[in-house]
Design a protein around this ligand. Structure first.
Ligand SMILES: Nc1ncnc2c1ncn2[C@@H]1O[C@H](COP(=O)(O)OP(=O)(O)OP(=O)(O)O)[C@@H](O)[C@H]1O
Length: 223
């Protein structure tokens, strides 16, 4: 799969003053399957906004976002978020009083799918790829931050998405765990042939990525 952003414009409008805050003006960028991309840029420049546009949580004004030859607006939001895009956040967003297994299978149930034996197998496979297969029946509250983030990555991949968006995935981790999570994201992009896009302030994580983009002056630069 290829994501192409073409001549994209986006501004937030202040509902009280009706003033516009421009975030993107005539932006172009491409993302290819099998690669990990880092998105850097100063705080408030638009990294999370880019993710929201890619997940159709925000609607752009002009331009186009394409998944291969299809406009993002041709997909239903449900299809986009269940089959194409999945997200990982800085705070893991796991349910602490449930086990790792229960957290992973819950993502299948939320998608209104019946949990099958193959889902259990997939959960174990993903945990093994992330080196935490021994935590399958552990309560999330008993895991370290680095382990929780690896569980949240496994959960994000349960429905086999083609694109993984990770917003500051190492923001709450120490250096050693950050690098481990960064390396795992890189491996997953290569081994599973998915697009992994990581918004980060951490230059060591950006260095792990195959390609680097920086958001600056309403543009996305690099690639
Ligand atoms: N719903 C909104 N309405 C108006 N302005 C918003 C809204 N959401 C974000 N903004 C503003 O848009 C700008 C970009 O926000 P965004 O969250 O994309 O930045 P970011 O690069 O992810 O920042 P950080 O690195 O601090 O997470 C910021 O100035 C923010 O205050």
């Amino acid at each position: 799969m290829k994501i192409s952003i073409q001549n994209l414009d986006f501004s937030y409008e202040n509902k009280n003053t009706h003033q516009e805050r421009c975030i993107f003006a005539q932006v172009n960028a491409e993302f290819q399957s099998g690669d990990m991309y880092a998105i850097t840029g100063v705080s408030g420049v638009g990294k999370t906004t880019l993710f929201k546009l890619l997940a159709r949580q925000l609607q752009f004004h002009n331009g186009e976002i394409k998944f291969d030859s299809h406009s993002i607006n041709d997909f239903s939001i449900q299809k986009l978020r269940q089959e194409i895009i999945s997200q990982v956040y800085q705070d893991y967003s796991l349910i602490p009083y449930m086990t790792v297994r229960e957290n992973l299978l819950l993502s299948v149930e939320i998608a209104e799918l019946k949990v099958r034996h193959s889902d259990e197998e997939r959960a174990k496979e993903l945990l093994a790829e992330l080196d935490i297969e021994d935590k399958y029946d552990t309560l999330v509250s008993d895991l370290s931050g680095g382990e929780q983030q690896r569980v949240s990555i496994a959960r994000a991949l349960m429905l086999n998405p083609q694109v993984l968006l990770a917003d500051e995935p190492t923001g709450a981790l120490d250096k050693e765990n950050s690098l481990l999570v960064g390396e795992k994201l890189h491996q997953l992009a290569h081994n599973r042939g998915i697009i992994v896009i990581v918004a980060t302030h951490d230059l060591a994580i950006a260095d792990i990525a195959d390609k680097k983009y920086r958001i600056e002056d309403y543009s996305i630069i690099g690639g």
